[in-house]
Design a protein around this ligand. Sequence first.
Ligand SMILES: *Cc1c(COP(=O)(O)O)cnc(C)c1O
Length: 393
Amino acid sequence: MTVKSFHPPVRTLMGPGPSDVSPRVLGAMARPTLGHLDPVFVGMMDEVKAMLQYAFQTKNELTMAVSAPGSAGMETCFVNLVEPGDKVIVCQNGVFGGRMKENVERCGATAIMVMDDWGKPVDPNKVEAALKANPDAKVVAFVHAETSTGAQSDAQTLVKLAHDYGCLTIVDAVTSLAGTPLKVDEWEIDAIYSGTQKCLSCVPGISPVSFGERAIERIKNRKTPVQSWFMDMNLVMAYWGGAGKRAYHHTAAVNTLYALHESLVMLQEEGLENSWARHARNHQALKAGIEAMGLRFVVDEAYRLPQLNSVTLPEGIDEAAVRSALLNDYSLEIGAGLGALAGKIWRIGLMGFASNEKNVLNCLGALDAVLSGMNAQINSGVAVKAAKQAFAQ
Ligand SMILES: *Cc1c(COP(=O)(O)O)cnc(C)c1O
């Protein structure tokens, strides 16, 4: 068998990630590969760092891009800040809090779970009760934007609570970065990680992370070495580090970093606040269409993420058949429910480059047509008009 070159179809990606990638970002990726210690490449890394500081709204010196996806950013935070025998308060209100628990336990530490219903934000009162009951806890970890449900938690309040009880914080901002307000310094977040493939609309495979002073202190004063050689920040910094000479640690994902650089240039051009506003505006129009159709949102408006829309199904409709029809007939990808919400909802992403007027209208039009074709109990033919009206306001 002779295998030929792979040419993927052109899709519109409106699921929970990856999101659509701009042609500018894809173009940047095709530029010539440089050596990972080439001075020109190192100069570009410094620019990536400065732009990540802007995206995170932080002056943290230890801000960099891990050469692996968001999950590796998560693991980087946990392996560096958690030692065997530690107690960590982990908030879970969806899939990703469960992964934090896994990470804590694999570090040889104990996870104290604070559970909230899927679709609800983390409840600060429950977190405070856990902090009171566990005065020896060292870290509080939570997900800012829970992609499995579309609920946003109040990061500023949770961080303040953790600090009141002498704990550091690890925050998952994989889906929030560039999509909704996130202010690492103002909110005093100690360690944070994100991903390139959600609201930054870069290709998957890179995880921006940032560590503040208190976190660095903790890492320097560890009693045991970081269990992961690859993610040990003490070693990685010799490569990504500040003013000092760079030494080989691993070969950076050179061309993927060109892509991240370009997506961050685009974020700068647009302006962070404008990016947040665009995500909010496109959500409002999608919401107008979805509700006109007669479908409902899973998450209350007060803490709903604009970039991840969990929507209920019409009575008696097979959700997977609808997603297949959208993919096959419209080349449009939306997401399924996970865990407790599997088979019960769709997750429509409006992330990064995919958060635009055209996608909102096309998605509503396609969903309307597919559901009407299945004789679903919806108000047919009104969704696109409602969204257009919302855009016109
Ligand atoms: C997507 C996601 C991750 C994992 O990122 P990958 O790039 O898939 O490894 C972690 N946390 C949240 C909240 C996410 O949405």
